[in-house]
Design a protein around this ligand. Structure first.
Ligand SMILES: C[S@@+](CC[C@H](N)C(=O)[O-])C[C@H]1O[C@@H](n2cnc3c(N)ncnc32)[C@H](O)[C@@H]1O
Length: 239
């Protein structure tokens, strides 16, 4: 498992692989990211003043947030130095965006999270499977919420059959992107594993958790394969 996680994380560290992963994330991840932002804001029911994007990568979700929330302060965190540098460059002219080099698990009371303060909304989008300890990491993120705050997580499910696998691979434009997706999906949880993880976070944090499973088509995400019968996505509202 550790070697699979190392291999999957290399796509965000090694410059040759970063070129492939960032192109794929810009197209596919961005569509899913727009859905994630819309669902999170609808659930929150008010305009957040401060938003945390955990595992921000090259800033696709931060960019969507910048456009939709013109007055909000935005903080991205990511442990990959290359992603942090690229995202800082990307938003160098926007004083509302801060990017910290840190993993979710570093967002403890004395860590990067303390420096960043509290948040009305925290987003975790297509990153959780890479975290060394997702329960620890999510509890650390929840510690950074302001009273009444919401943490919204949207992640992919390990394909349960050939239809679900085809739906995941459909957006890949060539063999390199297909390899990127395959090395990521080795880490994605099954439905049962996702449910166990969310239950553990609920128990440890005392927060309420609403977990849902969806197909790409139901979330209006681009894929030629309608996988509603065998969901590709799990998302959870933690408040
Ligand atoms: C597929 S990218 C997703 C980026 C972004 N959320 C998006 O939707 O475009 C996954 C990111 O998770 C980051 N990551 C890996 N381990 C992490 C951890 N422990 N805490 C937070 N982020 C992590 C990686 O460095 C990578 O940039």
């Amino acid at each position: 498992m550790e070697s699979a996680r190392f291999r999957a994380q290399e796509w965000f560290v090694n410059p040759d692989l970063v070129r492939v992963s960032s192109a794929c994330d810009r197209r596919f991840g961005r569509v899913l990211g727009a859905t994630a932002v819309a669902l999170a804001l609808a659930e929150l029911g008010r305009t957040p003043s401060r938003v945390l994007d955990v595992g921000c990568g090259h800033g696709e979700v931060l960019d969507i947030l910048r456009r939709q929330l013109p007055a909000a302060e935005l903080v991205g965190v990511d442990p990959a130095a290359a992603a942090v540098a690229a995202t800082r460059d990307r938003f160098a002219l926007d004083h509302r965006v801060t990017v910290l080099e840190a993993g979710a698990e570093d967002l403890g009371p004395a860590g990067a999270g303390a420096q960043a303060g509290q948040f009305d909304l925290a987003l975790v989008h297509l990153t959780l499977a890479l975290w060394p300890d997702p329960v620890d990491g999510l509890c650390a993120v929840l510690d950074r919420l302001a009273p009444g705050g919401l943490c919204y997580v949207l992640e992919l499910l390990r394909p349960a059959d050939e239809v679900a696998l085809a739906a995941c691979l459909a957006p890949a434009t060539g063999p390199a992107e297909a390899r990127y997706v395959r090395e990521q999906l080795a880490l994605w949880p099954s439905r049962e594993e996702a449910a166990a993880l969310v239950a553990a976070v609920g128990r440890r944090s005392g927060r309420s958790a609403r977990l849902l499973f969806r197909g790409f088509a139901e979330l209006a995400v681009m894929s030629e394969v309608d996988s509603a019968a065998t969901p590709n996505v799990w998302h959870v509202f933690l408040s």
